[in-house]
Design a protein around this ligand. Sequence first.
Ligand SMILES: [Zn+2]
Length: 432
Amino acid sequence: MISSLIDYLNQSVTAYHAVLAAEAALLSKGFVKLDEKDAWKLEPGSKYYVIRSQSALAAWQMGSGDKTGVRLVGAHTDSPGLHLKPRAQYSKSGYVQLGVEVYGGPLLASWTDRDLSLAGRVILRKNGKLKVVPFKSDKVLLRVPQLAIHLNREVNEKGLKLNKQNHMPPILALESSDGSPVDSNVVEGLIADTLGVNREEIANWQLECYDTQQANTSGLNGEFLVSGRIDNLTMCHAAIQALTANDISTPQTALIALFDNEEIGSSTENGAASAFIRDIISRVVVSDGSKHDTQRALANSACISADGAHAIHPNYTEFHDPQHAIKMNQGPVIKVNANHRYATSAFTSAIFEQLCKDVDVPFQHYVHKTDLPCGSTIGPITATGLGIPVVDVGNAMLSMHSIRETAGIKDHEMMIQVLARFFTKDDLESVS
Ligand SMILES: [Zn+2]
């Protein structure tokens, strides 16, 4: 299972690639692709998926019984990082650099002195038609070099302060290194060479930096997973694995939603605040044979929002609530916040705890330290948009939003077991 996760992390260098890799996994398990523009005829027990705007995906197995409603697992495909500006290329002090915007809230310092490359999507125009294709350069192309300590003597005492406009643009090349002029549109040239297309075919592109270092295990006993994008591709992978387990029977429709743009607030056409998942549920209800309406289906639905959780950091224990210090490889974490930055209620927590007990998996509780502002997830947005009970859970991890995060190896399998139990349990409300 871990090798499958590591493959998924390595393939999914952008949200777009995360959806492509998810699609490949679904197709291999017999899921059928649907287009939102078409009329749908859905069969009980059958398996389908939809991609919206290339970077979000919903997949589901129709319920086999006569119960309406869905059991939804939500996660997100995007991660914080550096995105290229449209007119990215400029020259300065003999270097060719690319202007970037900061997407979401990365730990900026972790992006310095890394072997970066470029990936994303390219829009090609051929015979008057637009086509979106994936782009990924396997070459190490870019670097954001730190200033030498000799020029910044107090950096270790005062901390590394990075100005997003001035200090984050990576270096791509030396200007005129062999005496010839640098390509005036080096990004377009790179795209054309990598994809084997003519420059005239390139209508537009959306590229971002990614770390070329591969995901790996680490630690004396291989107890850690180290990678970029652990938040939240591990939960995307867990959701896919739970849904595609062989020959599962789902009493209600089992649905996964992998949204884009969680890191910037979810308010996009395929983010959790969009109508994407409500649209899917409405169309499933019409076809589920129960003759119920969407409102009754939603009243019979529940959601697990799965995202990263902050493991206690041994060098910074003062940043953690001592009663809620969560640990790696000790099971899924239920995240609670009185101000509903996490959507968990006592009721949904009880249901999730029972799911863990059903499959003999331990669980933990996380509460953010009270004098620190708490982050959030797609959980409260989904609860608000659909009006259904949601539990916010995740696995313990360190260095969230670093270019290279750390998680526990054993937690992944445990989370998959619990999500699979959520999909297959006969009666979700029978909490004993
Ligand atoms: Zn996240």
